[in-house]
Design a protein around this ligand. Structure first.
Ligand code: SF4
Length: 354
């Protein structure tokens, strides 16, 4: 088995939202509470959940744009998806690296941002935007060589070479996101972290950008960590999906298993909100075995005790308010992991409302 390209290990993050006049914290938000996951080489992993569940904080910590309070982000720079000899090579904890060493590894993991209207510098031409990272990391022999690389990048994302001399303002949102993707690809990364990259675009453009991600991921064999709030987007793009709720991963499995047999009550409720028919869900709805989400998400300032979903869960029992359910495997063949103390009942089809 090939080593994981990226391992996020028990990451916690808390933000101070209010301080007193001495600067002492008065109120904090628990953005991430013990997140653990792995990304394999060349796989597409989706992260889904409601706004404020910690998805973007997780992306920023993976990209080292934020530091975790606890936990580590391990990067395996030499892993090769076609070479199992890379198994066992030692991974590097990005969170503990000095700035210079981190900078040297940065070409391996790049980010596509949510808003293409703010992520490109309006004062730089597209040529400057694309050749800047090449210059910083010493790629290309000279300006002419880097220009040729920039032209090739534009071609890969479906734009003409004459875009190079223009400024971002000359392009539509979809075209700007293509340029953002080209910039993220410039240093030939092994991992692309995309934080809701289509949510700011018109619906008619979203499918084109999703197709581009799918095509590039297949052609370049890069790993993709794709953050979205739309389940159907990750279903289209991703091999596996992690569902987050209030700073924790509550379900993680391959995409087919998640959509055919969601086991966590929160995932089931998210599925119910989708406007498409699924045989398993249709049966659940008909039997009244799951309800949609009720109530507002609890405040991350003061998350509920035990299972954070228990105030909204139709299956909650007394123990749910006391025990924090770990993310545990319920199906060894599919590696289906669920954080629910009643998960084995779901897997055996015994679930009943209390
Ligand atoms: Fe619902 Fe309890 Fe499972 Fe949480 S642990 S999802 S409250 S049944």
């Amino acid at each position: 088995m090939v080593a994981s390209l990226l391992t996020v290990n028990n990451v916690h993050k808390r933000f101070v939202t209010r301080r007193n006049w001495l600067g002492k914290p008065l109120q904090t938000v628990q953005a991430l509470r013990g997140v653990t996951l792995q990304v394999q080489p060349a796989e597409a992993l989706g992260i889904v959940g409601e706004s404020g569940c910690g998805k973007s904080t997780l992306a920023r910590i993976i990209m080292q744009l934020d530091t975790p309070d606890q936990g580590e982000v391990l990067w395996q720079p030499v892993v090769d998806p076609n070479d199992d000899k890379t198994t066992g090579a030692s991974a590097i904890n990005l969170c503990a690296l000095p700035a210079g060493q981190l900078r040297a590894l940065r070409p391996g993991f790049q980010m596509v941002f949510q808003n293409p209207y703010t992520s490109l510098n309006p004062r730089l031409t597209i040529e400057q935007t694309l050749t800047e990272p090449l210059q910083v990391h010493g790629v290309g022999n000279n300006a002419q060589g880097r220009r040729a690389l920039a032209e090739a990048l534009l071609a890969q994302v479906g734009l003409e070479a004459d875009a190079l001399k223009k400024y971002p303002q000359a392009f539509s949102g979809g075209q700007r996101q293509r340029i953002g993707i080209a910039r993220a690809l410039a240093l030939n990364p092994k991992l692309l972290v995309a934080d809701e990259p289509v949510s700011a675009l018109d619906v008619s453009i979203q499918a084109q950008i999703l197709n581009l991600f799918k095509q590039l991921q297949a052609e370049r064999q890069i790993a993709l960590l794709f953050i979205a709030h739309n389940l159907d987007v990750v279903r289209y793009l991703c091999d596996r999906v992690a569902v987050m709720y209030l700073g924790q991963i509550i379900e993680l499995t391959d995409t087919q298993s998640l959509f055919e047999r969601p086991m966590h009550p929160y995932t089931q409720a998210l599925m119910q909100a989708r406007p498409i028919a699924e045989p398993f869900l249709a049966r659940q709805r008909r039997d009244g075995a799951a309800s949609g989400l009720t109530g507002e998400p609890p405040s991350p300032v003061n998350p509920p005790s035990g299972c954070a979903f228990h105030p909204r869960c139709p299956y909650a029992v007394a123990a749910c308010a006391q025990q924090v359910p770990p993310l545990a495997q319920v199906n060894a063949q599919q590696g289906h992991q669920v954080a629910c103390i009643r998960a084995h009942e779901w897997s055996e089809g015994l679930a009943t409302r209390v």
